[in-house]
Design a protein around this ligand. Structure first.
Ligand code: IPM
Ligand code: MG
Length: 367
């Protein structure tokens, strides 16, 4: 029987409780579709610091290296120990470190507003049009997040902080290919986001994306400045199919897009490296963060974590049927009226407010 090895790193805040629901659902697909998941859990983030003194303990990294994919919860608790050095904080020492270590340059964030959640979208019905369905393709290992120099230094009168935005032609080309290929499987349109009117990076980005796009004559390419992109998302989100963004712009616009799809608690993501042979190592996480205010209270929405597990089955293991079954089960649970607090509105007929565990059960029942 086909066996896939997964490193399950739940992390901090709501991580453990949403991870539990995702594993529950994965286990059901295992029996139903006939494959085996060899799943090992390990601490990361503050949980890693507590267990082994580091946000990414050596044993956790070793487990990741021996696995086919990482299913990740979330890390970082803003209120814990502000004195810890910046470089040791979980966001940098675990999350960004893993992205770089495994070369996870392509971040896919599918934003979909299901019909049944129209009420949870902050936009009017008119602006929602026939439905919002956007894939944000975010470059994840370049730009301002990793460019050097990156430092804070003392100067007369205070300090100076420097981050460097840097992209090379090959870095832009490879993420552009990901976007064009993804568009071919969708509505065949790429909107490339940049700031070419001000930034050197933006000019190069636009040139390279345009040139790469010539290899995809069947895909419509459009360029948009990032400030306009932020506005267009709110005014007419249905114009977007694939949004291609550099690291920082993608970070910002994907949160904005997720809010349009009802809640950050609904947004899964896949971070992919280079495919070698048939295998694509991937890192799968909900984009919503640790939400410490609701952690441990059975209030968190587990759907982003569950949908991230579906992306893992599809992109790293090629288990398309099982992935589609999870996605359909999530849709069913929503259509049936199951709502965690973030997607609940009191006036909605047939909607029932439930907890994290109960939402996991509802999805599991629909598999
Ligand atoms: C995300 C998050 C991270 C990022 C943080 C937690 C470092 O906001 O994955 O979008 O900025 O990439
Ligand atoms: Mg973000």
């Amino acid at each position: 029987m086909k066996t896939f090895k997964i490193a399950a790193l739940a992390g901090d805040g709501i991580g453990p409780e949403v991870m539990r629901e995702a594993i529950k659902v994965l286990r059901l697909t295992e029996t139903k579709f006939g494959f085996r998941l060899d799943l090992a859990e390990a601490p990361v983030g503050w949980a890693g610091i507590d267990a082994a003194g580091k946000a990414l303990p050596d044993a956790t990294l070793a487990l990741c290296k021996s696995s086919d994919a990482i299913l990740f919860g979330s890390v970082g608790l803003p209120d814990r120990d502000p004195t810890i050095p910046k470089a040791e904080r979980p966001e940098r020492a675990a999350l960004l470190r893993i992205r770089k270590e495994f070369g996870l340059f392509a971040n896919l964030r599918p934003v979909q507003l299901p019909k049944a959640l129209a009420h949870a979208c902050p936009l009017s019905k008119e602006r929602q049009g026939g439905g919002i369905d956007i894939l944000v393709v975010r470059e994840l290992t370049g730009g301002l997040y990793f460019g050097q120099p990156k430092k804070t230094e003392d100067i007369a009168g205070g300090q100076r902080a420097i981050d460097t935005m840097v992209y090379t032609t090959p870095e832009i080309e490879r993420i552009a290919h990901v976007a064009f290929k993804a568009a071919r499987l969708r509505r065949k349109k790429v909107t490339s986001i940049d700031k070419a009117n001000v930034l050197e990076n933006g000019v190069l980005w636009r040139e390279v994306v345009t040139r790469t796009g010539q290899q995809y004559p069947d895909v419509t390419l459009e360029h948009m400045f990032v400030d306009n992109g932020a506005m267009q998302l709110v005014l007419r989100p249905t114009q977007f199919d694939v949004m291609l963004c550099e690291n920082m712009f993608g970070d910002i616009l994907s949160d904005e897009a997720a809010a349009l799809a009802g809640s950050l608690g609904m947004l899964p993501s896949a971070s992919l490296g280079v495919t070698s042979g048939e295998k694509t190592f991937g890192f799968y996480e909900p984009a919503g963060g640790t939400a410490p205010d609701i952690a441990g209270k059975n209030l968190a929405n587990p759907l982003a974590q569950i949908l991230s597990a579906a992306l893992m089955l599809r992109h790293s293991f090629g288990l398309n049927e099982a992935a589609a079954a999870i996605e359909a089960a999530v849709k069913n649970a929503i259509t049936a009226g199951h709502r965690t607090g973030d997607i609940f509105s009191p006036g909605e007929p047939n909607a029932r407010k439930i907890g994290t565990r109960e939402m996991g059960d509802a999805v599991a029942a629909a598999i």
